[in-house]
Design a protein around this ligand. Structure first.
Ligand code: SF4
Length: 322
């Protein structure tokens, strides 16, 4: 079987936040790759580092965060070696991002058509009329009437605004799209519509997608592979179905056990014990050991390496040493 080409490879990435009380290692020595054309789901509890990792790919980590080490190889080139001018050409054109909250990403004083015209003309030499026509075609794909291009953001519903954000991310045919909790602020019906839309557009635009979400139900709908983060570290990567059928890492097992399943009436819902650790002073050894029901003595002082267990599966846990 021929191996699929890799579009993005993150090597030993470290992102730190220097705060008054110390250094938060938001992303701590993470290695991860994304195949061309796949949807990679990035999951974990709040503040585990998944959004920081997504933003780091575009070098858009929020202050006081800083990328302090590693490489981000996109299409064979290290994005961390590029100057700001080169990155400005890559952002939006070759890699784009769908943010959590469209209201804070759209300019409330600008009509929607102006957002599209500016985005297109920032990267391509086309007339306003051509840019507007492309925005109209995109609105057809998004299932929004073209005349709504004349609206201001506040005149659109939450679902429509999120569709607009998706349209802006795809309008330049980016090779890689990073969607950070794209349905968080939506009700379940609109959420389902947005997920269907993402599925359709992924086929139409042949994009590679990194889907960041704390919601495993959403990931089950869309992801080909899943990467699980805990306390700034990657703890498991696997094809989505294999991970749902047989999670290896005790954290992944606990995460899956805490998702309610309405098909199983009498099933007990498990809550994960303890809380995520303080990332300024994380636990020694395996960071999950204070919450892990399978922790062994060595887990308290020796950190398990993140390594390949068998084809397509990686984890960081002493239970799989052999
Ligand atoms: Fe649990 Fe130990 Fe594995 Fe960490 S290394 S997940 S503490 S068994």
């Amino acid at each position: 079987m021929t191996e699929k080409p890799i579009l993005l490879e993150i090597k030993d990435l470290q992102v730190h936040y220097n705060v008054r009380t110390g250094t938060v290692k938001g992303v701590d020595h993470v290695d991860l790759f994304v195949y061309e054309g796949e949807t990679l789901g990035l999951v974990g509890e709040s503040a585990c580092g998944k959004s920081t990792l997504g933003r780091a790919v575009l070098r858009l980590v929020s202050e006081p965060g800083k990328i302090v080490g590693g490489q981000i190889i996109f299409d064979g080139e290290d994005l961390l070696a590029k100057d700001e001018h080169e990155m400005a050409h890559i952002r939006g054109k070759r890699i784009s991002m769908i943010f959590q909250d469209p209201m804070t990403s759209l300019n409330p004083l600008q009509r929607i058509d102006q957002h599209f015209i500016e985005t297109i003309r920032a990267h391509e030499k086309v007339s306003k009329a051509e840019a507007l026509e492309r925005a109209g075609v995109m609105f057809d794909h998004l299932g929004i009437q073209r005349e709504r291009l004349n609206d201001y953001p506040h005149q659109l519903s939450g679902g429509m605004r999120q569709r607009v954000m998706i349209g802006l991310a795809l309008i330049l045919n980016s090779e890689l799209v990073i969607a950070d909790e794209p349905t968080t602020s939506l009700d379940v019906i609109v959420e389902a519509q947005i997920l269907d839309l993402l599925k359709d557009l992924k086929q139409t635009y042949h994009m590679t997608l990194i889907l960041i979400s704390h919601n495993l139900g959403i990931e089950a709908e869309l992801a080909d592979r899943l990467a699980v983060m805990y306390a700034g570290k990657l703890v498991e990567v696997a094809p989505a179905q294999e991970l749902f059928d047989e999670p290896l890492h005790p954290y992944t097992q606990a995460l899956l056990a805490s998702v309610p399943n309405i098909r199983l009436e009498d099933e007990e819902l498990h809550t994960m014990r303890g809380s995520p650790p303080d990332l300024i002073h994380p636990p020694a050894g395996c960071r999950f050991h204070p919450r892990c029901p399978q922790a062994m003595e060595r887990c308290r002082y020796e950190e398990p390496p993140y390594r390949q267990i068998h084809q397509n599966r990686w984890t960081a846990c002493w239970l799989y040493e052999d």
